[in-house]
Design a protein around this ligand. Structure first.
Ligand SMILES: Nc1ncnc2c1ncn2[C@@H]1O[C@H](COP(=O)(O)OP(=O)(O)O)[C@@H](O)[C@H]1O
Ligand SMILES: [Mg+2]
Length: 242
């Protein structure tokens, strides 16, 4: 009995933790008034997980994601990414870390003067990939998201769903270790939103990419294997769905 238990614990330890967050707090100052966006959040994420973060507007979902993606610093607590405390990283190391995370936002955040392929090439330019390789990688990625015939369209010449697919292609093109999506379907109609979700799920299933999606769409939240519910900057529940 004891042996079995030990074995179980050992094998759980062996699953690589992509993210480990301990006692995270974030206070924003609004003039003189402190606003507690996160109030003691702890959680760990294993490689290959598919997690939905849900909760009402203002509950701290985006703040939590920004900490995980090293876009912002916590007030207290630690964030370990692949076992490294990110507060110990230099600016260059932080930039490298951000490059290993694919971000997708509700508002797409595409560069309007660049065409689809130009947008998808951006993370590769930042990573110093040379032009020819960058073009071909971006083109492959746009084909994968079903936009092979739209590569020279500017964002204004694409539909909302197509723009979001460009954003997904951009998030994926540099082989991120994990993908963070902050309400990726918030500005899309239901059908397109579900298509984006299907695509994200496929990537998670077939390529084992760790996926964290913030949504307040319960239908989308229920598709994730694990659901973390935030309320007032704290984890209210953390459940495995299937
Ligand atoms: N830059 C900021 N300055 C001040 N307050 C902020 C800032 N960003 C977020 N907040 C506040 O922190 C709380 C959590 O915000 P956020 O993480 O964006 O919530 P959610 O994504 O769940 O809607 C909210 O009360 C919000 O007003
Ligand atoms: Mg938000």
């Amino acid at each position: 009995m004891t042996a079995t238990l030990e074995y179980t614990m050992e094998s759980e330890d062996f699953i690589p933790k992509v993210i480990e967050i301990k006692n995270l707090t974030k206070l924003y100052m609004m003039g003189e008034v402190p606003v507690a966006a996160l109030r003691g959040v702890s959680l760990s994420v294993n490689k290959g997980e598919f997690i939905a973060v849900i909760g009402p507007s203002g509950s701290g979902k985006s703040t939590l994601l920004n900490m995980i993606g090293a876009l912002d610093r916590p007030t207290s607590g630690t964030v370990l990414v692949n076992g490294t405390d990110i507060s110990t990283l230099t600016d260059n190391q932080l930039a490298d870390l951000r490059q290993s995370v694919g971000f997708v936002y509700q508002t797409f955040n595409l560069i309007s003067r660049l065409d689809a392929i130009g947008n998808v090439e951006l993370p590769l330019s930042i990573a110093g990939v040379r032009k020819k390789l960058r073009r071909s990688k971006a083109e492959v990625m746009l084909k994968i998201v079903g936009l092979g015939d739209r590569i020279h369209h500017k964002p204004s010449e694409l539909s909302g769903g197509e723009r979001q697919r460009v954003a997904v292609a951009r998030a994926l093109v540099n082989n991120p270790a994990f993908i963070i999506m902050d309400e990726p379907t918030g500005n899309l109609d239901t059908k397109t939103g579900l298509e984006i979700m299907e695509f994200a799920k496929k990537l998670n299933r077939e390529q084992g990419i760790t996926l964290i999606i913030v949504t307040h769409d319960l239908e989308i939240g229920s598709q994730a294997r694990r659901t973390i519910r935030l309320r007032d900057g704290q984890i209210e529940s953390d459940e495995v769905n299937y």
